[in-house]
Design a protein around this ligand. Structure first.
Ligand code: ACM
Ligand code: ZN
Length: 553
């Protein structure tokens, strides 16, 4: 009897990989509709074909992605058979349009929609646009089992899947100012964003601690402004320094390469030049642009610097427009982020040039907006007009509301949601990135000391906290105001994150949680259910070699 039991156990163990070779469409983010059969399956085998319109290079690229991912997950090699109508997988833009549907009235989300059908003939993937084919390919990829001993066939349950994202803007911020990350790393970061269906990489390029964007008009700016003499050690400002110069910047060629790579994965790169605060690295190179004249070292520790661009010096605007002009030439993004956060006014209050400018502009304290905040608004408006001429909109952190705001600006709400609520009530578009739900530089585990690397640790942002965020704030905003919320974003600040493994540890699996905020309807969301779907996503993290936090709270 004992032997039988043993045999049974052994055979169950040996056979279990077979069971694991079945796809499961309950992926992250969970598609809007998944109707899957529990009994009937289509068996995908090595050598089967993929049909597509070979005259469309964008579709061809997405087919290549799909084949690459199927091979990576299962070992199955598919064949490209463009004209074979009977191929096992058929990818096309034959999307079943609704009656009266007009292409130019579709929302951005509808343009990303896709359908996957699995039946006895195989897999049909349909989308309105190539981007939808890419999203579908990612869903199929995530549905596949990660097969360690690569197999020759995988079972796909018959299914009908429909999906489109909830929000048009689905962002992730990467701070390359505090620490420099290589282009190779950023490409991996983009791959990981694409795996989760995020579509906006907010690239924070300049900081007090380092200027990372090459500007041809100012050849010394990036080489000198990117290097700090040393860096404070540990979280907070310990007062202890590592004594090692630190630097790195992106050439314009690098930036173009990042834009190109991201665009192939349907990710827009939103570049940020943070102004007029967070500019100490630029002041290091151009001290005449500060109120005191300097000298200004590239900052070697964290926190908010009082040293900001002089608001009264006309050369400040010349400098900003030159930098932003080159930025617009390189980044095709319809959004350009101009920062605007944490700009202390200590220097401006005492600076003759700033006060003369306030007088010249006739600014008066109206009880709501100080004259110095209005001076910042004047700079914002000048910069906004310049960027508008280039056909783009500005995004600013919620502080830009404080001096009064002009029409087309988009507010990124970070100090909680109140800035976003105020902005939407004034008719501005909003991106929701409230720190307590979205700042993934913070620890993700309670009792984190000894359990995870030290980071900014004033509060915990657990995966369940990230997951619980509702960007539309329905208790505070009317439906019309809610339509101004473009979407959510999580932010990876890097004061205490210097290495790729640590960056991915902070990002994952919280981006998994965030992508359900980005894609799923509130009624679809359930953290326990999310947890049950996470192991498959983690298997992909392992497969593609990115680090992640093993625990989930
Ligand atoms: C910010 O966290 N200072 C936008
Ligand atoms: Zn000044």
């Amino acid at each position: 009897m004992k032997h039988f039991l043993l045999l049974f156990l052994i055979s169950a163990f040996v056979c279990s990989p077979l069971k694991a070779q079945r796809a499961d469409y309950n992926v992250i983010p969970l598609p809007k509709e998944v109707k899957a059969d529990t009994e009937q399956v289509f068996t995908l085998r090595k050598g089967m074909g993929v049909a597509f319109d070979a005259t469309n290079p964008e579709i061809y690229r997405n087919v290549q992605f799909l084949c690459e991912w199927v091979k990576e997950m299962t070992g199955i090699n598919l064949m490209l058979t463009p004209n074979d109508k009977k191929a096992a997988i058929r990818m096309s833009l034959d999307f079943p349009t609704k009656k009266g549907e007009k292409e130019d009235e579709l929302t951005e989300q509808q343009q990303e929609a896709y359908i996957i059908n699995v039946d006895k003939k195989g897999v049909t993937i349909q989308a309105r646009k190539p981007v939808g084919l890419f999203r579908a390919a990612q869903t199929l990829r995530k549905a596949l089992p990660v097969v360690k001993e690569k197999v020759e066939q995988v079972e796909l349950p018959f299914a009908k899947i429909y999906d489109e994202p909830r929000f048009e803007y689905r962002g992730v911020l990467l701070d390359c100012g505090r620490h420099f990350f290589t282009v190779e790393f950023i490409k991996k970061f983009i791959d990981v964003m694409a795996l989760h269906g995020s579509n906006q990489l907010h690239w924070h390029l300049t900081e007090d601690q380092g200027w990372r964007f090459e500007v041809k008009a100012y050849p010394g700016l990036a080489p000198k402004g990117s290097v700090r003499a040393e860096t404070v050690i540990g979280p907070g400002n310990s007062g202890i320094y590592d004594g090692t110069p630190y630097g790195g910047y992106y050439t314009q060629e690098d930036c173009r390469e990042v834009v190109r790579y991201a665009a192939e994965r349907y990710i827009n790169v939103v570049p940020e030049i943070d102004l007029p605060g967070h500019m100490q690295s630029a002041l290091h190179v151009f001290p005449h642009l500060g109120c005191t004249g300097g000298p200004y070292p590239v900052r070697t520790y964290w926190g908010v610097s009082r040293e900001v661009l002089c608001g009264g010096n006309p050369e400040t605007l010349t400098f900003l427009k030159t930098v932003l002009g080159e930025l617009c030439d390189i980044f095709p993004s319809k959004y350009i982020h101009i920062g605007g956060d944490e700009c202390p006014k200590d220097r401006w209050k005492k600076c003759e040039k700033c006060q003369a400018k306030i007088k010249e502009l006739g600014l008066k304290d109206d009880g709501k907006h100080s004259v110095e905040n209005q001076l910042q608004s004047y700079i914002n408006r000048e910069v906004e007009a310049f960027i508008k001429e280039r056909g783009r909109d500005i995004i600013g952190w919620d502080e830009i509301l404080e001096g009064g705001l002009s029409g087309g600006s988009i507010i990124m709400s970070w100090r909680g949601v109140k800035g976003g609520i105020a902005a939407a009530r004034q008719g501005h578009r909003v991106i929701m990135s409230p720190n307590v739900y979205s700042y993934i530089d913070h620890p993700q585990l309670k009792d984190y000391l000894g359990r995870q690397p030290r980071t900014t640790d004033s509060y915990i942002v657990s995966a369940s906290k990230v997951y619980s965020f509702e960007p539309l704030i329905p208790d505070s905003l009317t439906q019309e105001q809610q339509r101004l919320i473009l979407g959510p974003q999580v932010n990876l600040w890097t004061e205490h994150i210097a290495y790729p493994q640590h960056a991915f540890y902070q990002l994952l699996p919280r981006l998994g949680a965030s992508c359900e905020v980005q894609w799923c309807l509130p009624e679809q969301k359930d953290f326990e259910n999310f947890k049950s779907r996470l192991p498959r996503l983690k298997a992909i993290y392992d497969l593609i070699g990115v680090n992640y936090c093993r625990q989930l709270e």
